[in-house]
Design a protein around this ligand. Structure first.
Ligand SMILES: [Zn+2]
Length: 325
């Protein structure tokens, strides 16, 4: 811990380890530690879903999942909950890219029945124009399930510590510098441009890119961490308190569901394999022509395919499942 002075009210602000942007506990001003400047573009999403709302969203969602116990709602209850505000940098990036690449194209030769072709590399160029808000997690504590989350920030409000205290939220400190976030957003955008170009050509030889960052802001997202128990075991769930979206949920998978899936696989294997072999056998011994044998093979393989899909599901199903919403 170190300490800086608030540029707005002169109050002392404790800076946590690796802290890059801190909030003054006295006047709610967001201060950039390195430069001592006030960060005006600091926002927060208001909680629209209380713990009860988040919990009913979870149950509702869980009952729609395959193999989730129907008595989940009746038999489970919340044992622990926490509302955490995670900071994200939102970097608006405008990208312009001119690329030159090569594309393989068939070169047709001859005519009539003797048409043949060879592959020829053709140079192609194009222009790309992409505008995107890129989210950079600003704290090491941001849960994995949130890393790829597209956060709806339309209804953001100016940061105020009161909004967070009113709902007993816990603020995670910002550990990523503003400039670091901008740089990594730009890198991500460059990769995106390259990926887009690769949809048009097989190889990108030259990429002339211009990146602009018209806006950067910090936004705190309220996330419910819920621990609940169901028949003596405990499971974790994460729900976005602003949008109500279920981000991740662990729930017990019914044993009966797993057994059914396994049984289904074995039935397909037995019936398909048996009938297929029988048809092949009859085709070879009782009938003339290749058709019955071929039909038997195709029929058998078809069932085998179904059987494998069932078995794969049965074996990859674990007793509990985590699903990103
Ligand atoms: Zn202050």
């Amino acid at each position: 811990m170190s300490e800086i002075q608030c540029p707005n009210c002169d109050g002392p602000i404790q800076v946590p380890h690796h802290g890059s942007t801190v909030v003054c506990p006295y006047c709610s001003t967001t201060v950039q530690v390195k430069t001592g400047e006030i960060l005006k573009e600091s926002y927060v999403m208001r909680v629209q879903y209380s713990l009860e709302d988040a919990w009913s969203k979870l149950l509702n969602w869980a009952t729609k999942q395959l193999g989730a116990p129907q008595d989940l709602e009746r038999k489970s209850k919340i044992v622990e909950s926490e509302l955490v505000y995670y900071p994200f940098w939102v970097v608006e990036v405008e990208a312009d890219g001119d690329y030159v690449g090569t594309q393989k194209k068939p070169n047709w030769e001859g005519g009539g029945r003797f048409t043949s072709f060879t592959w020829e590399s053709v140079e192609e160029s194009g222009h790309l124009d992409i505008e995107k808000d890129i989210f950079i997690p600003a704290s090491e504590d941001v849960p994995k399930a949130l890393l790829e989350y597209i956060i709806p920030t339309k209804r953001k409000e100016f940061f105020s510590k009161d909004l967070i205290d009113d709902v007993a939220g816990k603020l995670r400190p910002v550990q990523v510098e503003r400039q670091v976030a901008i740089d990594s957003a730009k890198r991500r955008m460059s990769l995106l441009l390259h990926d887009e170009a690769m949809k048009e050509v097989d190889r990108v030889n030259i990429m002339d890119t211009t990146l602009n960052v018209p806006a950067v802001f910090l936004v705190y997202i309220p996330i419910w961490h819920i621990k609940y128990d169901f028949s003596i075991r405990k499971y974790n769930a994460i729900v976005d308190g602003a949008s109500g979206r279920v981000i991740s949920l662990k729930f017990p998978r019914k044993m009966a569901f797993r057994a059914m899936t396994l049984f289904g696989g074995l039935i397909h294997l037995g019936v398909g394999g048996g009938l297929g072999l029988l048809l092949v056998y009859l085709g070879l011994t009782q009938f003339d022509g290749v058709f019955p044998t071929a039909f038997g093979i195709v029929f058998g393989l078809g069932f085998l395919g179904y059987a494998l899909r069932f078995l794969k599901t049965a074996f990859t199903l674990s007793a509990e499942e985590e699903v990103a919403g």
